[in-house]
Design a protein around this ligand. Structure first.
Ligand code: ACO
Length: 408
């Protein structure tokens, strides 16, 4: 109930500001402002905790680096949905369920075939996820059981959508999903038609774990806002994908790789490159975070993965560029890298096209989004903040014949 906590946050559950957080004006109570909702606590959640000062991300009580080291993507999906890590039997059942749900309806494949080949893969995923709803008989069933089944279906099918779109746009036939293997393994197989090696499988699996969940970020908030109107899960996830697409959120990973490739092509000194961009008033993608005031813990794990993959591929170019960029950003701006900074070169070393990096984020974050929706619906409250109106008041409507309009 409180506002103004020790950490300087405001608690406004459902974003309804409580009476003590308002002061009266002639126009009625005027809520406190927090532009961009920075530091506003809008709801209670037992899914993840992000400590921006200490650089910690904890999911259902477990540190993210422990999860990345010790568990698989499927185990974390179970953890997110059920609140506890699975035992052997639960994990086997979940994996079987996921494998059984990987196949797309032929109509969704038709949607992908009709999508222009130069469409952004994020736009293709967004449209296809919306289309998946038409072929799910439970799309509008809001029971908890049906929503859980849909969370599994979405998690199983999104990798198939991404791989199928990538092949179709390259003039190849989509590869039917395997009914064996992990999400990471099957995705790499559907993308290339080849069984991936153990290190590629393991690296992608760990990257998926790292991207599963991150508190009330922009896309998760979007999902919860839509879910809180009691719209269906497909509507909420379609909106969340739209939010993740933006370069200030998940879309940054594509921009990071474009930047690294540009540095490589131009043979620019990476530090000089950063200085020039900063001097031109540009942002350097993959740096900065609304919550972290230090390095993002996921970036630390991905940095080690980049090192290991670079060793294996005998390619240290990207790690070297990254080191220069990190040093220069620290000295010029005091800003640390975020998850998108290192995921980009890691995926590049796995041979994945840069414009698929944000769709890969969707493939993982679908678990966090759906866990949040299940949580939202257990104790739903409409999320409805206010805007501070800064326009005119008391205007009279003139007859149209006397209006000059905006075009002279
Ligand atoms: N490059 C250069 N300067 C930056 C960067 C950056 N990447 N990030 C923040 N800054 C600067 C801003 O210019 C601003 O400086 P000013 O006060 O002199 O104007 C200051 O730091 C604060 O920036 P804000 O935009 O107010 O910080 P906010 O919390 O709103 O931004 C954000 C967070 C959007 C992530 C920002 O750091 C950014 O644009 N980063 C680049 C995009 C990116 O990597 N996004 C991925 C984030 S992780 C994720 O979503 C999965």
């Amino acid at each position: 109930m409180l506002l103004g906590t020790a950490t300087g946050q405001w608690r406004t559950i459902g974003l309804r500001l409580l009476a003590t957080n308002m002061h009266a004006t002639s126009n009625g109570p005027s809520p406190k402002r927090s532009l961009g909702l920075a530091d506003v606590v809008a709801l209670e959640s037992s899914i993840a905790s992000v400590d921006g000062t200490r650089g910690e991300l904890v999911i259902r009580g477990y540190a993210i680096d422990d999860l990345a080291r010790e568990t698989s993507f499927e185990e974390v999906a179970y953890l997110l949905w059920h609140g506890a890590l699975p035992g052997r039997r639960e994990l086997r059942e979940l994996c079987e369920y996921l494998r059984a749900e990987r196949t797309l309806s032929p109509m969704v494949l038709d949607v992908l075939r009709l999508t222009p080949e130069d469409a952004s893969p994020m736009a293709a995923v967004r449209t296809s996820v919306s289309a998946l709803a038409h072929f799910d008989a439970e799309a509008d069933d809001m029971s908890r059981e049906a929503n859980y089944r849909k969370a599994i279906r979405l998690t199983a099918r999104i990798p198939t959508v991404i791989a199928a779109f990538d092949r179709i746009r390259k003039g190849k036939e989509p590869i039917a999903p395997s009914n064996a293997g992990s999400t990471a393994e099957n995705f790499l197989y559907m993308l290339t038609g080849k069984e991936p090696g153990p290190s590629a499988k393991q690296a992608l699996d760990a990257a998926l774990v790292l991207h599963t969940e991150h508190g009330l970020n922009a896309s998760t908030f979007t999902a919860r806002v839509i879910g809180a109107t009691l719209a269906d899960i497909y509507s909420a996830i379609t909106g969340a994908i739209g939010a993740l697409k933006g370069p200030l959120h998940g879309g940054a990973n594509i921009k990071v790789m474009q930047m690294l490739l540009e540095i490589d092509r131009s043979r620019d000194d990476p530090s000089e490159y950063v200085r020039k961009r900063l001097a031109a008033g540009e942002r350097i993608m993959g740096f900065g975070h609304r919550v972290y005031r230090t390095i993002d813990p996921r970036a630390k794990v991905l940095r080690s993965m980049l090192e290991a993959l670079g060793e294996e591929h005998d390619n240290h170019t990207w790690a070297t560029y990254c080191d220069h960029l990190v040093k220069t950003m620290a000295s010029e701006k005091g800003i640390a890298p975020n998850v998108d900074f290192y995921s980009a070169p890691v995926y590049y070393l796995l041979g994945i096209d840069p414009d698929l990096y944000t769709p890969l984020f969707v493939m993982s974050r679908i678990t966090g989004w759906t866990a949040h929706l299940l949580e939202q619906w257990t104790n739903n409250r409409l999320i409805r903040p206010r805007a501070s109106y800064i326009g005119p008041h008391n205007l009279r409507v003139p007859p149209i014949t006397t209006r000059s309009g905006l075009i002279a």
